[in-house]
Design a protein around this ligand. Structure first.
Ligand code: GDP
Ligand code: MG
Length: 441
């Protein structure tokens, strides 16, 4: 996608608002590229519609090209769709024993994901987890889960041959209650294709287990098909979330976009390999990057990022011009500094700051100090950050303790903030635009 867009965007060179023609040309490419990334046709079409509406007439931020602006709009919209409207809540497993039903086609990665998820719940959420394989079609599949369980130190329901999936589910439920487990993960059987028998079985299991979460495991490489699978499973058993596996492969992640857009279900996790720790929470930004194109996507997203940073910088500049510089501003500067690799490089760019930076560095001001200062600021309340003058002895003690630092460290930070506020005030008086504008470029 980035290659394609690059071509179109090179032509979008004039400044000002994006014209309709600019946008139309760019969107043709976006559509083709989405299809190449395995996004399903209706989803690609809707996506383009949404982006077109947002891009047409959008003001182009000063100091970025219209091309970069369009990339940012596409990127933001991808993230918006991938993330859904509301931030995903945690898995609903607060009612022990909470059942999580794992469903999906055979070979999608259900068994592997079940074990990965069990390990995650055990290690990160300190849950007592029980796993049970309901895959009565293939005894080897039950064995597989038991072996994984041993490997990660998670209990599996003892295998009893000859039981139906429903009977096993019942036994798992009983065992989970008796054994005091927090979570019971049910790994169901899959078929190569969706069929009535499979759906009927999963429905029966669902009715017995009454899971709070039903996670659909889908092979992220399957693209278009994945959407049909998801729609079908959701209609028949009710899916609460999706896990995309094989996202370590060379697929483009288009399935993620389709899945989210068509089912409206949150993507909870992505599988990034065969190892037990290769499960990560879904990161919309990362997948958006993937869909945008694999090769020089980093450069592209960085460009889009510049847009954001310029916007932020412009906002900040307005505050500085008014002589406003509180702890929030200081934290922003410190974080920026961390990102850009050191004090000298950032402060050196700001007039009047270069000298201060040198002084600071010779006084032993390094990255560790920056980290500690950010910790101190984080330990303040919102009000204190906005108005550091509030900080009297008792508050100082609390803040320093909260950050694991001394009050003297906090005093140094306060002095620094005052100095910077003073400098900002002076610079602000030197006239709007002018030097500050130069500095923030
Ligand atoms: P199931 O039939 O749905 O239970 O699928 P399995 O869990 O048995 O997985 C099938 C194969 O896919 C196994 O060889 C797994 O190691 C592999 N697999 C599962 N998840 C991933 C993943 O995220 N990345 C990669 N590369 N392989 C995976
Ligand atoms: Mg399996």
């Amino acid at each position: 996608l980035s290659d394609r867009l690059g071509g179109v965007f090179d032509r979008l060179t004039k400044q000002g608002a994006l014209s309709e023609d600019d946008v139309t040309a760019a969107m043709r490419e976006v559509r083709v590229a989405l299809l190449e990334a395995d996004v399903s046709l209706p989803v690609a079409r809707n996506f383009v519609k949404a982006v077109t509406a947002k891009a047409t007439g959008a003001a182009v931020t000063k100091s970025v090209s219209p091309g970069q602006q369009v990339v940012k709009i596409v990127h933001d919209e991808l993230i918006r769709v991938l993330q859904g409207e509301d931030a995903p809540e945690a898995l609903r497993i607060d009612n022990p024993p909470s059942a999580i039903l794992m469903v999906g086609l055979q070979g999608s990665g259900k068994t592997t994901t079940t074990a990965k998820l069990a390990l995650r719940l055990k290690d990160r959420e300190k849950k007592r987890v029980l796993m049970a394989s309901l895959d009565t079609n293939r005894p080897a599949a039950m064995e597989q889960l038991a072996i994984l369980g041993q490997q990660i130190g998670v209990d599996t329901l003892p295998i009893v041959m000859g039981q139906t999936a429903v009977q096993i589910a019942q036994r798992a439920k009983t065992q989970a209650s008796l054994g005091g487990y927090d979570v019971v993960l049910l790994d169901t059987a899959g078929r190569l294709h969706i069929d009535e028998a499979l759906m009927a079985q999963v429905q029966q299991v669902r009715d017995i287990a009454s899971p709070r979460e039903t996670l659909l495991v889908v092979d992220g490489l399957t693209g278009q098909d994945a959407v049909n699978v998801a729609t079908e499973f959701d209609a028949k058993v009710g899916v609460t979330g999706v896990v995309l596996t094989r996202m370590d492969g060379d697929g483009r992640g288009g399935a993620a976009l389709s899945m989210r857009a068509v089912t409206g279900k949150p993507i909870r996790f992505v599988g990034l390999g065969e190892k037990m720790d290769a499960l990560e929470t879904f990161d919309a930004e990362r997948v958006a990057g993937r869909i945008l194109g694999m090769g020089d996507i980093v450069a592209l997203v960085e460009k889009a990022q510049q847009v954001l940073e310029v916007e932020q910088a412009e906002r900040m500049m307005k505050r500085f011009q008014k002589g406003l510089f509180n702890m929030n501003d200081l934290r922003g500067q410190l974080e920026q500094m961390q990102k850009m690799g050191g004090m000298q490089s950032v402060m050196g760019m700001m007039p009047g700051m270069a000298k201060m930076a040198k002084q600071a560095e010779s006084a032993g001001y390094d990255d560790k100090v920056v980290r500690h200062q950010i910790a101190l600021i984080n330990s303040m309340t919102k009000r204190e950050r906005a108005n550091p003058d509030l900080l009297q002895a008792s508050r100082k003690k609390r803040i320093a303790a909260g950050a694991g630092m001394e009050v003297s460290d906090l005093n140094k930070l306060l002095k620094m903030q005052k100095q910077m506020a003073d400098t900002m005030k002076k610079l602000g008086k030197m006239g709007k635009g002018g030097m500050m504008k130069q500095a923030m470029r």
